[in-house]
Design a protein around this ligand. Sequence first.
Ligand SMILES: Nc1ncnc2c1ncn2[C@@H]1O[C@H](COP(=O)(O)OP(=O)(O)OP(=O)(O)O)[C@@H](O)[C@H]1O
Length: 518
Amino acid sequence: MLLAELVTTHAAVAATRSRLRKRELLADALRAAEPGDEVEVAAAFLSGRPRQRRTGLGWRTLGSLPPPADVASLSPADVDDALGRLERLAGTGSQAARRAAVDELFARATADEQDFVRRLVLGELRQGALDSLLLDAIAAAADVPLPVVRRAAMFSALTGPIARAALDGGAPALESFHLEPGRPVRPMLAASAPDVAAALERFEGAAVAADTKLDGIRVQVHRRGDDVVVFTRSLDDVTERLPEVVAVARALDVRTVVLDGEAIALDDAGRPRPFQETAARTGSHDAEAGSATVPLSVRFFDVLHHDGTDLVDAPAAERLEVLDRVLPPEVVVPRLVSSDVAEVERFFADTVAGGQEGLVLKALDAPYAAGRRGAGWVKVKPRHTLDLVVLAVEWGSGRRQGRLSNIHLGARDPGTGGFVMLGKTFKGMTDQMLAWQTERFTELATSPADGSSYVVTVRPEQVVEIAFDGVQRSTRYPGGMALRFARVVRYRDDKTAAEADTVDTVRALAAAPGPAAG
Ligand SMILES: Nc1ncnc2c1ncn2[C@@H]1O[C@H](COP(=O)(O)OP(=O)(O)OP(=O)(O)O)[C@@H](O)[C@H]1O
């Protein structure tokens, strides 16, 4: 197979709005690849994530490339090999050796291929919607049921090995994927409801576990013997940064355990400290002087494995029973089990009054279903926000003079792979945020950020959490909608643009009476 075939597929997928057509195009490309390594690499490229995570290649190195080749000769394997070499050089190699390796690869690529590989390496081809489409396409190409593919995907952060197993060995090969303590699992996500009553309705009168929703950072903790590894929501290894979490896991009376929970900075009374203090411990740039030393607490809400027993497919009731038996109560998230609306509403009010974010209602009979917003978990918060992507930013005036200030907000459009602008805001920004974002958006700028132009466009990568009072019809923006009184809650570094809220969510809000979202 030639790389050019994947480049063409990628462009065709982006150009059509039909999900079915996208799936066919992707499935055709997977079928065209040789089973084995080639299909694994092809799936990795189509998902926008090369197999190498740390090539160390940045915007700067890839800004100047050799002239493109006239004819396509590169295979996906050639690119994979070259990225493997670059990953090895990233640790030890000289700048010159890296430059030479980059030039050698790109000199063999046509203009379209250069563009594709550059965006691949920079992470610009990644899209949440694409991940789930690709799983659909793998099911179609290998002729195996989609749930079998989805289940396997839970245990593999990368899509390539899933494609390889499916096309090589069909359903039996996929069924052999399982949880391995030490290897991260895609986290289970929650759907959302506007209030407790609406959330409970989804469970049709059954009793639920109403779990306190803590506003910290998601941690997945794996312990084997004395070995402890801590992963974030996006499956990054943050073990080194969270010694308190490691200590709690080590102190448990278990041999092997995989726990799901939240790390959070709490004050002496158990109330959450400002989210920024928690974020400073794992985020890359929220860190302010001093705050990075705030101690974190950890609270667990699920267990996926315990001393040789896999619990992923066990109903939540059983998992919670293990959690309560194995962990000391002070590290378990407070929970109420009930089917009574008034009782859950009281618990919600008390929880919010205690400074926590809200509740996550959980079906007691549901397995741990990762990677998708299933029906098993439904979150309820008193304040509704959207996670949007910054598309551009304007130079400020007055107090904000010399700072990149007013941000343009976009919702993801899964149909086009692009973003739809919904408004602008500089409300809610602290001086610290302004200083940080001026630097951040200068880095992401795709138009001059030297002050020569008032609006600076940026690569759509930074996710920001926005509170608002409603969605109104508006002719000002192409999507025909605008947010009322949008204000910044915080920047989110635990989410990629691919995970931002979609324009469909915003449309649903526009049709509903009050604000309700993420
Ligand atoms: N008791 C809990 N059970 C499950 N998740 C919890 C709990 N407490 C806090 N959380 C957090 O809430 C998140 C679930 O909401 P969701 O899956 O929508 O992620 P999200 O988009 O990051 O949500 P949000 O923006 O509301 O935090 C989890 O990722 C987890 O970090």
